[in-house]
Design a protein around this ligand. Sequence first.
Ligand SMILES: *Cc1c(COP(=O)(O)O)cnc(C)c1O
Length: 368
Amino acid sequence: MNVPFSDLRMEYQKYQHEYEDAVMRVLKSGWYILGKEVEAFETEFSRYVGRKYCVGVNSGLDALTLAIRAYGIGRGDEVIVPSNTYIATVLAITANGAIPVFCEPDEMYGLDPIRLEKCVTSKTKAIMVVHLYGQAADMERICSISKMHDLILLEDCAQSHGATFQNHMTGSFGEIGCFSFYPTKNLGAFGDGGAIVTDNVDVFEKVRTLRNYGSKVKYYNKFEGINSRLDELQAALLRVKLRHLPELLAERQVMAMYYLTKIKNSLIRLPKIREGAKHTYHQFVIQTDNRDGLQIYLKKNGIQTAIHYPIPPHLAECYKRLNYKTGDFPIAEMMSKDMLSLPMYNGITKKQLAYVTDCINRYTEEIA
Ligand SMILES: *Cc1c(COP(=O)(O)O)cnc(C)c1O
């Protein structure tokens, strides 16, 4: 049997007619940038997250970069960020000239509140939380640390659409929430896309202006902005998917529950669920000592897996100038060696899940 890591065709086919209607509506409208669809999506998405305002932009990285910029965080400012995140989170900080201060995660892969306190210095301006793999970080303690030190709390929600903590949506805790609609994300477009959400009207206005050349009134440029607009086609398609997001996320939870209850192998460590958190399983990530061995074994059996992520940001070649070395962030480094993401996508069949589970349960160190 073959099990791909992901197959986006299934999700498309599920609501095919609605997607095609949305595309045709935009094509026939004659209006393709910053129109009714983007406005409607922004309203619907801000409502979904439970915030006042939303601005659609071109990608998750742009959402993060413009969010940091809107708060005036830049040269000489420190931003605390998890050591185990996807590099885009860090790129958004350094693109603004700010300094990333890496903080190691807890055992549920979110910023560890105890270590977080120790990262705060007189130069700290902000904390960038990442709700990695679709599970919220410990927002109760992180919010109180942020308040106590009078810091700006930013949320990278690129992997956590619909994930909650104590019944509040990720993206509704900090000053600003940043989302990606990259096709494989839980709310994925059919191309690039992203958004910020906030309750702060000034920040909302600023990001809205920055995404469009820094111009609010046409040809009158208030800021040195960029071109980072969500287009009408993507917005129309996202509106369809947003309507179905609750059922898509519920399906992911059923798949995850299957893995969680059926995988039984002492060599495999399963993901832990944070108390009070609704995990939406953007990725289902397991850990094992001989990760590469397990990956090769699964591949031989027709099962495709992925690694999120093989190199932690502090060891990325592009950040040589920051002078970090192996051993500086041992938890993130260990994770980069031990973690393996299993096939998990809307449309995967029960048979495929059972096959993956069975192969993992039969896995022994001798096989690797
Ligand atoms: C995907 C992702 C991003 C970047 O989003 P793009 O839309 O690809 O630019 C940022 N942070 C995290 C945690 C991500 O997973």
